[in-house]
Design a protein around this ligand. Structure first.
Ligand code: GCU
Length: 348
């Protein structure tokens, strides 16, 4: 199936399910009929933190609108790839979604600045940026498009993993074929490390590694575990090259149908669901690492010197993607320093 056919099939499936629900409501007269039934696309498994966050969001919205707004969460990528979903949202074919910033930045390139390699020192640093002025500014930036940015979800740090030999130094990754998200920035980053980037949809990563189309990939612990990538790529190198946050979105077409009061409720519920997702995320990271290592994953911690070499190798991509935004990069780095100062003051 090509991209368009897949997207059309996903839409038909959603319409069929929504239609089915309407019939069910007719058969149960005492149940109050919702004024709106919206779709929500999610490409992760049912028990994944972002999917549970989406379900929490749907529950909160239904509760606080007294059942007037119902949101149906379609997980496991049934509504198409993240690219399909973003495109459909732009003309109102899908109402809500949670997507990786890497995919969204293909449509709104200014967002790349938030996912540059080795940008954040740690998770706390990233949250200081996203929960502060800079994060708010970018949620607004997205809202200038056909989409409305609602909240930030966690997706931890991404690391490399490989099938036939471990990656312990730059020389190991050089020449490898590495799956990357369908993102120009991510492809350039991997090529700067001397590897060949192979952009591939998330659902096809397992088979690409299994069939030897790629030698490895890169992702966070929960994705590596939830998609069973550890079965085909047992060397996992903790280099934390990127933190790619995720955004909850609403289609601007859907947004226009809502009253100011409902928009406010949706924003609040999105924010609360994000806090819930972030908690689940931290637990799942530990759990996923445990599961993977129990199944034989060999963890390679990159030495400090080697990490520096990786960092130096990718510096060129800053010039290409953030040439006009270096002041913003500096502000983001300062947020990291501010955090360190606070930690030092607290320790005194
Ligand atoms: C993460 C992210 C997904 C994305 C995936 C990928 O798992 O949560 O939304 O599709 O990375 O590597 O493609």
């Amino acid at each position: 199936m090509n991209k368009r056919t897949k997207a059309a099939a996903a839409l038909l499936a959603a319409a069929a399910v929504t239609g089915g629900i309407a019939v069910w409501y007719c058969a149960a007269p005492r149940q109050k009929e919702p004024e709106f039934v919206f779709s929500y696309a999610e490409n992760q498994t049912e028990d994944y933190p972002t999917t549970l966050g989406a379900q929490k969001f749907a529950e909160l919205v239904e509760e606080r609108t007294d059942g007037r707004i119902r949101i149906l969460v379609y997980a496991e990528g049934v509504m198409g790839t993240e690219h399909d979903v973003i495109e459909q949202m732009q003309y109102g074919g899908i109402d809500f979604a949670r997507v990786s910033l890497s995919q969204l930045a293909e449509y709104i390139p200014e967002l790349n600045v938030l996912q540059m390699p080795y940008l954040y020192t740690d998770s706390a640093h990233m949250w200081r940026v996203l929960d502060g002025e800079i994060g708010d500014m970018f949620l607004e930036e997205v809202s200038g498009s056909e989409l409305v940015g609602l909240s930030w979800y966690d997706a931890g740090a991404r690391n490399f993993y490989s099938s036939s030999q471990p990656i312990s130094c730059l020389e190991d990754i050089a020449g490898m074929k590495i799956r990357v998200q369908e993102s120009e920035l991510m492809a350039d980053m991997v090529e700067a490390l001397g590897a060949t980037a192979v952009p591939t949809g998330y659902a096809d990563v397992y088979s690409s590694i299994e069939r030897g189309i790629v030698d490895g990939a890169e992702n966070n612990w929960p994705s590596y575990e939830a998609m069973s990538h550890y079965e085909v790529a047992r060397y996992y190198t903790v280099d934390e090259h990127t933190r790619v946050p995720e955004m909850q979105l609403c289609s601007a077409h859907t947004w226009e149908k809502l009253s100011e009061e409902d928009r406010q409720i949706i924003r609040e519920c999105a924010w609360e669901s994000a806090l819930y997702e972030r908690e689940l995320w931290t637990e799942r990271e530990t759990e996923s690492r445990r599961i993977a290592t129990e199944h034989g994953t060999q963890v390679i911690e990159l030495s400090a010197e080697e990490k520096k070499r990786f960092q130096n190798a990718v510096m060129g991509v800053y010039e290409k993607y953030c040439g006009g935004q270096m002041d913003l990069i500096e502000r983001i780095i300062e947020e990291g320093d501010a955090g360190e100062e606070t930690v030092q003051q607290e320790a005194q």
